[in-house]
Design a protein around this ligand. Sequence first.
Ligand code: SF4
Length: 249
Amino acid sequence: MNASHVYPIDTHRHADASDSCRRCGACCMDSGPALHAPDKKLIASGRIPAKYLLTIRRAEPVWNNVIGRIEPAPAELIKLAGRDSARACVFYHDHGCRIYVDRPLECRLQNCRRPQVMRRYYQHNRLNRSHLIQSIAGLWDMVVYHDNQCAHDAISGLARKIVHGDADSDAVAAMTRAIGFDRELRRLIVERYPRYKQMLNFILGRPLYLSLSAHGIDASEREGKIVLRPTAGPSDGSQLRGRQHPGTS
Ligand code: SF4
């Protein structure tokens, strides 16, 4: 990480009468922010390197802070990746923000004591991959093809059938085909474009097999074959958090 300065966030400061942000770090520890149009320059300039971005694709299961459960993302978004089991923002270190001067819009608006400010903005002008990489011929074709082959709404339908024991062999084959395609395309991108190796979670989103935990399915590989196994229940959402509904968690 290039950013070397840590701008302290005081986790011990007590509440006072004002409603200004106490910089307690609670939002940084909960999740990295989603990015908006004004943040595009931070990425284009390299101040926020693309390897620290995570794409949440449309209909991907994510944690909803308001209702306290996992639900499909209504639209694609890009956020700063997490650290430590995908919760604390990747730039949150030693009780401080490593990019404080260049922090994204949501970090500037977020204030536990004035959540209405963030609520007004957090769904507006969100960045998605088309704003950032649509002009890269070849790569964008792969992104679109991947979205078609691995659409989360189709995957969720298949997952429901598997969990409820309603899946026929075609449904299981479709699921393993999608997981295999996702894995193979990642390998292909790294082979053709080694410089993208650390950006795969931005270019294609999370590996498909990881999202299955939200449906209560474990996907593993045995002797070259993908094996699907229902688990005791869906993930608790700790791997799936996004700052979806600010100030309400
Ligand atoms: S970019 Fe900085 S201020 Fe924003 S969530 Fe991450 S650590 Fe906190």
